[in-house]
Design a protein around this ligand. Structure first.
Ligand SMILES: [Zn+2]
Length: 276
């Protein structure tokens, strides 16, 4: 394994959730920016820097914007699943969720030529059965949980917490977790909260400091590890934030032994090294 791997991941939500919710025009236009401006800008930067990345694309985005999808696939990036209409899995019935997962996997297979191996829950929200359904659908990894930072781990099945028996932890399954974190997500730093509160809008310099310090810490203390950054084209695609992303890439490239890679490849290499 390289000294440190950085995975730039993009949740290409676009208007998938706005369509489901019936969002008003301004919110829909904010989401459309991701397809119209953000994604092409990001893809141009990645091509210029020779970086392969992972895109979690809702089925609705995938099919509504075929040119955007083709540009991602054509750029050599991984397409992984992210719901159909960016559903909150905790609100779905089990059969509904199973059908949605299969619909997403089939749509990605149609455009990418191979069944996807990665799933990221929209809103990082999982229902009680979600991880089991994702594993049973043949996915190799999920990227929605936070129990580690720079190390992958296998997801447990069937944890039980009761007053009478306390906490009983189930056995590890096959599904690999690629952990995420709010600090390494562009959205909570840069976008208004759900109530419209804009106080949280950060200076890019602040976010660059957090992300770069995560990078340096992982480089020093987590050999062979992975730093996963979550971004959204409608958010990171704004000029000042693109400039920040370029500086973050510069900071990673300045460290010895740092590579950028797609999650499917990192997960496959990790799984092979654990088996060996
Ligand atoms: Zn999303």
């Amino acid at each position: 394994m390289p000294r440190l791997t950085v995975a730039l991941t993009f949740d290409h939500d676009s208007i998938s959730d706005g369509v489901r919710r019936g969002d008003p025009p301004v919110k829909m236009s904010h989401a459309e920016f991701g397809v119209r401006v953000g994604a092409p800008r990001i893809l141009a930067l990645l091509a210029a820097r020779g970086i392969d990345s992972t895109w979690f694309v809702p089925g609705h985005t995938l099919e509504t914007f075929p040119d955007s999808t083709a540009a991602i696939v054509g750029g050599g990036h991984e397409i992984a699943c992210h719901g159909w209409f960016h559903e909150d899995a905790a609100t779905l019935a089990r059969d509904e969720e199973r059908e949605m997962i299969e619909r997403c996997a089939t749509a990605v297979e149609r455009v990418a030529g191979a069944r996807p191996t990665g799933w990221r829950a929209p809103y990082w929200s999982l229902g009680g059965a979600s991880l089991e359904l994702i594993e049973d659908a043949g996915f190799a990894y999920d990227s929605s949980l936070m129990a580690d930072d720079y190390a992958l781990y296998r997801v447990r099945r069937g944890d039980r917490h009761t007053d009478t028996e306390g906490s009983r932890f189930g056995p590890e399954g096959r599904l690999v977790e690629v952990p995420v974190s709010w600090a390494l997500d562009d959205w909570p730093h840069f976008e208004p909260s759900a109530t419209g509160d804009r106080d949280g809008l950060s200076a890019p310099s602040k976010v660059l400091e957090i992300w770069t310090e995560e990078l340096r810490y992982a480089h020093a203390h987590a050999p062979g590890g992975l730093v996963t950054v979550t971004m959204h084209p409608e958010c990171i695609g704004r000029g000042s934030r693109m400039a920040m992303l370029e500086r973050f890439i510069d900071a990673a490239e300045a460290l010895d032994g740092v590579v950028f890679d797609r999650l499917d490849r990192y997960v496959a290499a990790w799984s092979a090294s654990v088996r060996a």
